[in-house]
Design a protein around this ligand. Structure first.
Ligand code: ADP
Ligand code: F6P
Length: 460
């Protein structure tokens, strides 16, 4: 029976504390815990050791991790992955900071992943590589003689060829990732953009719908939108709404409607634009008539753009509260720290409006979580950026353009004023889009596509 081997930069080794805020870990953890296998990646530690992987076994999953050196962390993670690829993939080229040595280190760390992973592999493993940190890994594995089924999934968007071309080094990385057998994307747009890039400047040829060839080898390209365990999240939200943190929050609102944002503190999440929309909403409505809670978990603080963003939103939040606040009320509460995911589920259920307005996002699981958290009898309204992958599935949310502050403010006001009947109708359609799906179903669909016929032999 073949084993699942997941490779990702971030490995959520269970430590009994709150998990990592991030879509990848949330999407994969349940699948791996249920199915077992090997999960390989970075330990999260920066040391000068560089030794062999440490392996922890928990409930059928082996977590094998290596440390990064200071120079590797700076070049591979902070530099090229998050300073070049992340902004390029999210169509924010002005945030790119390229240094030639970072690209070299990125490639070197991908090779080190391969060197440390290969001795742990069995012949019939199904290898599943994740995300933009590891674009060079499929090529590095093939070079080391790994012939078995290898898949790659991109959790983030892929832009049109012209926008992809701005990242120095991208051409050969596209060729490396094309050494996989199956490439998965969040949306059809991402898949089509990648195919056009592979054909346009990486030497691939389109041979059929969803298939390209490189050097005579076919590579399949598929669409697999990431999902959440909606019924479980709904149950957590319902239970948490009665727990202490939600009760304290509810009491502090004094009957005012709650607007809620929950994000990593990331330039792609559209936080300054969101606060500008909030400023306009507060300006046009009565004092004390609403409260917004924005939870923004600090992320990638070694990247300059993230540090500047923190200053920018701290200033914008202060400006809104000093301009519109009253002695007994402030319109905005900004928390720059992660919160327990279950607690957040309870907050989502309390919120009359879920404000999810990224400039660009691969999927955005928060949008799906907000829908799952609602009380079906009295649901809140999701205000969702049309540039989040989730918008392709949640078309009954109020879709907005995050670059249009006035349009967002109008949508938030419409959400606040919406009749219960319309709220229920919109929510039912969004719920129908996510209720039957699960992270495990998402993962199994990818793995089934990777090696058809083998799936029935996977452990249940
Ligand atoms: P990304 O992968 O870019 O971080 P997603 O919305 O796809 O964005 O996934 C983020 C996951 O992390 C969700 O499960 C969300 O609930 C969680 N999360 C994000 N921000 C926070 C936060 N500030 N506190 C707690 N959990 C968070
Ligand atoms: O889902 C996108 C993603 O970049 C994941 O790959 C990552 O684990 C998560 O966001 C959080 O970011 P980071 O691992 O850099 O803290």
């Amino acid at each position: 029976m073949s084993r699942i081997v997941v490779v990702s930069n971030r490995v959520p080794v269970p430590q009994g504390n709150a998990g990592q805020a991030g879509g990848l870990a949330v999407a994969l953890l349940g699948l791996m815990q249920r199915r077992g296998g090997l999960w390989f990646g970075w330990s999260g530690a920066v040391t000068e050791a560089g030794g062999p992987p440490g392996i922890t076994h928990r409930g059928g999953v082996g977590y094998a991790t290596i440390d990064l050196t200071e120079a590797e962390h700076r070049g591979y993670y902070t530099g090229y992955s998050n300073g070049v690829l992340w902004p390029m993939l999210h169509s924010l080229p002005h945030l790119m900071t390229f240094r030639r040595q970072d690209l070299d280190i990125y490639r070197k760390v991908n090779r080190r992943f391969a060197d440390n992973l290969v001795p742990l592999l069995r012949r019939d493993d199904r290898i599943w590589v994740h995300d933009y940190h590891l674009l060079a890994l499929p090529g590095a594995l093939r070079q080391r003689g790994v012939l078995g089924a290898t898949g790659f999934y991109l959790h983030v968007p892929f832009p049109a060829p012209d926008a992809a071309a701005v990242a120095p080094g991208i051409r050969s990385l596209v060729q490396d990732v094309l050494q996989a057998d199956l490439l998965g994307f969040q949306t059809a747009t991402d898949r089509d953009n990648f195919a056009a890039t592979a054909v346009g400047f990486a030497g691939a040829v389109r041979t059929a719908d969803g298939v390209v060839e490189l050097g005579g080898r076919p590579i399949r390209l598929g669409v697999f939108p990431a999902e959440i365990a909606a019924p479980e999240f709904a149950a957590t939200a319902a239970a948490q709404a009665a727990a202490e943190p939600s009760r304290l929050l509810a009491r502090s609102l004094n009957g005012r409607p709650l607007l809620l944002g929950v994000d990593r503190l990331d330039p792609t999440k559209g936080l300054p634009e969101r606060l500008e929309a909030l400023r306009r909403v507060v300006a046009r409505r009565a004092p004390r008539s609403l409260t917004m809670l924005q939870i923004a978990a600090p992320s990638r603080e070694d990247v300059a753009a993230y540090r500047l963003l923190r200053q920018e939103i701290d200033a914008a939040a202060g400006a809104i509260n000093s301009e519109f606040g009253e002695p007994d009320w402030t319109p905005l509460r900004l928390l720059a720290r992660p919160q327990n995911r279950d607690t957040v589920a309870g907050f989502m259920r309390l919120a009359r409006v879920g404000v999810v307005t990224p400039i660009r996002d691969g999927m955005n699981l928060v949008a799906k979580e907000y829908i799952a958290a609602q009380d079906p009898a009295d649901p809140g309204v999701l205000v969702l950026s049309r540039f989040a992958g989730a918008a392709a599935q949640l078309a009954s949310a109020l879709l907005v353009n995050p670059h249009d502050a006035e349009g967002m403010a109008e949508a938030i006001c419409a959400a606040l004023d919406m009749s219960a009947e319309e709220r229920r109708a919109r929510w039912r359609e969004c719920w129908a889009a996510i209720a039957g799906a699960s992270p495990e179903g998402w993962g199994l669909e990818f793995l089934r596509a990777l090696s058809p016929g083998d799936l029935d032999r996977l452990p249940a």
